[in-house]
Write a protein that binds this ligand. Structure first.
Ligand SMILES: *Cc1c(COP(=O)(O)O)cnc(C)c1O
Length: 358
């Protein structure tokens, strides 16, 4: 199979060696005479996979001992509600949110079903082209909720605001892209399908000491303490997604873990943003200091003159998934962990070629 340069925003590219092993496991898992997807999740083979996946999250992200790592379902979209219901007080509950785009908006909408949503800051007025700064996190809220990387708008928090209250963070699109200080958060959650594996599981990294303080009744499937007490096996877990996530984490570890990922991702981001800034035919759509290393959004300065030719050039170069989200327009280059630097070089060459032949 000759490979396409896959810029998909999610589900997205995974390493070829992971794909190979994952596909083999569907036929037969590690010589056991059975497929990964036809054995019990309580078999010793799958329990070992679950434990390994959990250990790899701990090791790669340096997770403190009082935190639990869970592999649940429902995507980050259930996480919006699930994070709120585990932290928002039953009586007069209030959650503070920084509105940095569509995903944080959706998180606010779900939390509003449970209590008061306090919008601390928003960049909506400039179509989310920057990360709001200069606000103070109140101490009379139950938690602060952030979206670390705004997949659609191409912005990313470069530092986490000071806060006395628990910080909950949707890290769907930049988890595992760089080292993080887990102790600054009480809850981190993210769908697998951007840096970790195929869609189907959502990883939760939770400070156990922060749970069980809301005074509300929580349905079992949403209760993080229930899932923790059952080691993510309260019900049948999404075995394939967890297995492939485990393989991807092994891959990350084998090439040097989070510092190597960060180096690779910084290199790719420098290449693409360097060209966006240099090339007179293009411009970036976000504040330079808030640019995402995962999703680079950009537009043509003169669409009428250059769109048709640019689209042909990148299609001919076997680049896929470059079209921008409908709420931003233009282009979005999603450069998740598994996207090789070579793919970014191909895109940069196409942008140069457009300039040469314009
Ligand atoms: C993709 C994405 C989501 C949605 O994830 P689902 O798994 O589809 O629910 C939420 N938040 C962010 C930041 C995302 O990138």
């Amino acid at each position: 199979m000759s490979k396409v340069h896959n810029y998909s925003a999610g589900p997205c590219i995974l390493p070829p060696e992971v794909m190979k092993k994952a596909s083999e496991s569907v036929i037969e898992l590690d010589g056991i005479g059975l497929s990964l997807i036809e054995i019990s999740h309580r078999s010793k083979e799958f329990v070992a996979i679950m434990e390994k996946a959990r250990d790899l999250v701990r090791e790669l992200l340096n997770v403190p001992d009082n935190y639990t790592v869970l592999f649940l379902q429902g995507g980050a979209s259930l996480g919006f509600y699930q994070s709120a219901i585990n932290y928002m007080k039953n009586d007069g509950g209030r959650g503070a949110y920084v509105d940095t785009g569509s995903w944080s908006n959706k998180a606010m909408k779900e939390a509003a079903l449970l209590g008061e949503v306090v919008e601390l800051a928003s960049s909506k007025a400039d179509n989310y082209q920057h990360i709001p700064k200069g606000y103070k996190v109140p101490s009379d809220v139950d938690y602060l909720h952030l979206t670390s990387n705004n997949t659609i708008f191409g912005t990313q928090f470069k530092s986490i605001p000071e806060s006395d209250v628990p910080v909950l963070c949707d890290m769907s699109s930049d988890i595992f892209s760089k080292p993080i200080d887990v102790s600054k958060f009480d809850l981190i959650y993210g769908g697998a399908q951007k840096n970790m594996g195929p869609a189907g599981t959502t990883v939760y990294i939770v400070n156990k000491d922060s749970l069980g303080k809301t005074g509300r009744k929580i349905p079992s499937m949403l209760d993080l303490q229930v899932h923790d007490s059952k080691d993510s096996m309260f019900n049948t877990p999404p075995v394939f997604s967890i297995y492939v996530s485990m393989l991807t984490m092994e891959w990350m570890k084998s090439i040097g873990g989070m510092s190597a990922m960060q180096k690779r991702n910084d290199e790719k981001a420098a290449l693409i943003y360097g060209e966006i800034d240099r090339n007179p035919l293009f411009k970036g759509t976000t504040a330079v200091e808030d640019r995402s290393t995962m999703n680079a959004t950009f537009v043509l300065n003169d669409e009428a003159a250059h769109k048709e030719r640019f689209d042909k050039l990148w299609n001919d170069a076997r680049i896929s998934g470059l079209k921008g989200h409908r709420s931003v327009g233009g282009y979005r280059a999603s450069m998740y962990n598994a996207l090789p630097v070579e793919s970014v070089k191909v895109l940069v060459d196409v942008m140069k070629e457009l300039e040469r032949t314009a």
